[in-house]
Design a protein around this ligand. Sequence first.
Ligand SMILES: Cc1cc2nc3c(=O)[nH]c(=O)nc-3n(C[C@H](O)[C@H](O)[C@H](O)COP(=O)(O)OP(=O)(O)OC[C@H]3O[C@@H](n4cnc5c(N)ncnc54)[C@H](O)[C@@H]3O)c2cc1C
Length: 415
Amino acid sequence: MKRYSIFGLVKEALNYHKGWERAWHSPEPKTRYDVVIIGAGGHGLATAYYLGKNHNIKNVAILEKGWLGGGNTGRNTTIIRSNYLQDASTAIYEKSRSLYESLSHELNFNIMFSPRGVMSLAQTHHEAKGFQRINSANIVQGIETKYLNSKEVKELCPIINVKGPRYPILGALWQARGGTARHDAVAWGYARACSEMGMDIVQQCEVIGVNSQADGLIALETSRGNILAGKVGVVVAGHSGILADMAGFRLPIESVALQALVSEPVKPILDIVVMANTVHGYISQSDKGELVIGGGADSYNNYTQRGSFNHIEDTVRALVEMFPIITSLRMLRQWGGIVDMTGDRSPIISKTPVENIFINCGWGTGGFKAIPGSGWAMAELIAKGEPGRLAKEFTLDRFKEGRVIDESVAAAVAH
Ligand SMILES: Cc1cc2nc3c(=O)[nH]c(=O)nc-3n(C[C@H](O)[C@H](O)[C@H](O)COP(=O)(O)OP(=O)(O)OC[C@H]3O[C@@H](n4cnc5c(N)ncnc54)[C@H](O)[C@@H]3O)c2cc1C
């Protein structure tokens, strides 16, 4: 594949853009692969990429029932940060955040990473204490983060109303190196790099049956024929329970719809990301000028990829309290994604009860930021058969052993 460069862009502009080649191949699936990844979201594609790059395993297929990046990866509000509470979490999220910094260069694909700073508002004394605790943990862990008072919040975000009617802003946890990236570009960049390594990305290919054979191979029944795999990585987010059921095991996962919406585009008014857990809303401004707004998760399990009206109302009300300037904005569209929630709000990167089947899920409302680190850790697990440093705490046994990694304050609704 041709490298993208400024010279190529100029050449194509002069050629009326007629010479661009497809960014990735769309091959027919083969009947056998060393590794099959189910799910071409960011985590599945990143897993395949690091299998090739770090472990030289390239006879790999990535099977996707829809279109690549069409799951939660293309539906999220793109917040990236690493200021969680527990050591295991900050290790993997910080690895991920740092990989994001050079990902455009590495993939030769502009993922538009923008480390503009992420602010998590404290609006109750309980929340302020929680964030101060995270800030102290982050100092020990070497994660650059800071607890701000309300005056500093106002300085960084002049349009915010710190004296809100219901919940005045008491302070905030601030990660200056956090930010956003373009979500589909992350999927597209990894897909292009996988395709370049000779891997097969097969879209419109739903896995409908998973059977382990006596010889250790895994037989996958798909909507485009049967495929044999030496190893299988299940990376399907909200559909993890369904795939686990096909393979014959259960997961401690609940699937719920989480939703987001965007406004019409306006001139630049907000150059950081602001999250507010108490009133339940978070907001940033895209490069096009739209306000990207995230809301809450449904309180019941479901697989609908759309939002519900009560959330729109709650979210918009919360944000209007904090940002009166947006009161007269029109909303353009809203959508939902099916997120995979664990009880401790931490992910699962693990072997499963079925030999040669590995699972990566449980990223819930906050896994976009984790894509590079998660792919790195999952690739290591699949290649070596055992979790490495980043994944070793996130195995399934923790639920049996009561060794939970509690991130409910750091994750909460917010990402
Ligand atoms: C509204 C919303 C806002 C969010 N905001 C943020 C945020 O700001 N920051 C953040 O860090 N995270 C955020 N998240 C969470 C984040 O989007 C997810 O954690 C992350 O994208 C999960 O990526 P994934 O690759 O695991 O899953 P997905 O992108 O969902 O990919 C899984 C893929 O598996 C495919 N699949 C499922 N079943 C099968 C099958 N049987 N056969 C073949 N393929 C199958 C699906 O079609 C899908 O494409 C948000 C999520 C939502 C919904």
